[in-house]
Design a protein around this ligand. Structure first.
Ligand code: SAH
Ligand code: SF4
Length: 410
């Protein structure tokens, strides 16, 4: 749990809102922030303009973090005026931000109209042999329908999908946060890696997530390396195949159990797409295109739950399960949340699990937890901030009502 979040005052919340780009008064304007290049090219052509304007405007938005058309100096005054009238560049509203001393940055965004809903984004800096990394953990939905038993987002139930603008807006805001005070022409992109590992199941908001990832990879926008954009899924098998057709990005699988009986309990979507189908889909996802592809291996995420999935026999089952799948395994110490039915495996247990897998030839890492535990914040930061606002009670009631509807629908 982040003590800094709890220590922040109500004024911080207001200040954070004030630093977000100006919100437009007219809701009907078209938000250009979330458009991929083909979508924006079509938009300009429909306006009777040349389609190369799309690339120009995208560079202003995603490389120079400009939200005011007047600053787009290579666009004619006439077109700028036209765009001003019908378009806007609007990131989601920041209701809380927390920049910690270790370089970690967290934002809670309000999405949707009126009171809206809250989603979070976390930026984690790291140094490694390839240099400095800044990894942004992006949310794709408000809540999640898949109800994994160890996940606080799942406990909220599904509220709604994020729009393309709300997804890419998280990356925009994270980059902008380093450039606010820098003159436009000197601005640079700071975020080096994206993981779709925030709130929600990205493959259940497929089109918006796909287009947002296209913007991430586009040289007219963020120009990120495909190996540095990772989509994490709990295993929506048909969508894994579709993803392989549509884009080349890295894939992470939330495995968490090595037999169907246990996985049915921990990751209920396993009842629909059991392990055999999931592993086969991962094998199909692996590209034959050699080193250039982001699809040389999949990352296997495995949350370590005390006494549940951390026995030596589970490690042995994993070795068998993954023997024909090029994979890297990441063991995640469980992050507890209020009323969670699990505890975190002991350090010794995690290390011996790792050793069994390493001895069998797998690359197996343990996700670092920090003093101000980043993963603990995932899905919980929203709850903490909501508790601190005057609207906390209404918010809780709304979530409870929505969850009730989802439960009654089975
Ligand atoms: N829905 C997608 C992406 C979001 S979850 C998925 O499930 O892959 C991102 C990662 O955090 C997943 O591997 C998820 O299983 C893990 N996670 C969720 N709750 C956790 C918790 N309490 N402790 C540790 N990891 C957790
Ligand atoms: Fe949804 Fe992922 Fe949480 Fe499962 S782990 S409930 S799929 S967000």
């Amino acid at each position: 749990m982040s003590t800094e979040v709890l220590a922040a005052s109500a004024t911080d919340v207001q200040q954070a809102s004030a630093s977000a780009p100006a919100q437009s008064a007219t809701a009907e304007k078209v938000n250009l922030l979330g458009m991929s290049r083909p979508q924006m090219e079509k938009f300009f052509e429909d306006l009777g303009e040349k389609k190369f304007r799309a690339g120009q405007v995208m560079k202003w938005i995603h490389q120079f973090f400009v939200t005011d058309f007047a600053e787009m100096t290579n666009i004619s005054g006439k077109l700028r005026e036209k765009l001003e009238k019908i378009c806007e560049i609007k990131a989601p509203e920041v209701v809380h931000k927390n920049y910690s001393k270790d370089g970690t940055r967290k934002w809670v965004f309000r999405v949707g109209d009126g009171e809206g809903s809250l989603v979070e984004t976390v930026l984690i800096p790291a140094e490694d042999k390839t240099g400095s990394r800044k990894t942004l953990c992006i949310s794709s939905q408000v809540g999640c329908a898949l109800d994994c038993s160890f996940c606080s987002t799942g406990k909220q139930g599904f509220q709604r999908d994020l729009t393309q603008a709300e997804i890419i807006g998280q990356l925009w805001m994270a980059n902008y946060s380093y450039m606010e005070d820098v003159p436009v022409i000197e601005r640079e992109r700071s975020v080096t890696n994206v993981v779709m590992m925030g709130m929600g199941e990205p493959l259940l908001n497929y089109d918006a997530v796909l287009n947002a990832m296209r913007i991430m990879l586009d040289d007219f926008a963020y120009g990120m390396s495909k190996r540095r954009v990772t989509l994490s899924t709990s295993g929506v098998v048909p969508k894994i195949d579709q993803l392989a057709q549509d884009i080349d990005v890295a894939l992470a699988i939330s495995l968490h159990a090595t037999n169907n009986e246990l996985r049915d309990e921990l990751v209920p979507i396993n009842k629909k797409y059991p392990l055999e189908q999931l592993i086969a889909a991962c094998q199909r996802y692996i590209s034959k295109d050699g080193n250039e592809s982001a699809r040389k291996h999949v990352t296997i995420e495995y949350v370590m739950l005390d006494g549940v999935n951390d026995h030596p026999e589970h490690a042995q089952q994993m070795i068998k399960l993954l023997k024909n799948l090029p994979s890297k395994i990441n063991l995640i110490p469980f992050n507890p949340f209020p009323h969670a039915p699990y505890g975190r495996s002991s350090r010794n247990r995690i290390i011996s699990f790792q050793k069994t897998l390493s001895d069998a030839g797998f690359v197996c890492t343990i996700r670092q937890t920090r003093g101000d535990d980043i993963d603990a914040a995932c899905g919980q930061l929203v709850g903490q901030v909501a508790d601190r606002t005057r609207r906390a009670e209404q918010w809780k009631k709304k979530v409870a009502a929505q969850n009730e509807i989802i439960r009654s629908q089975g």
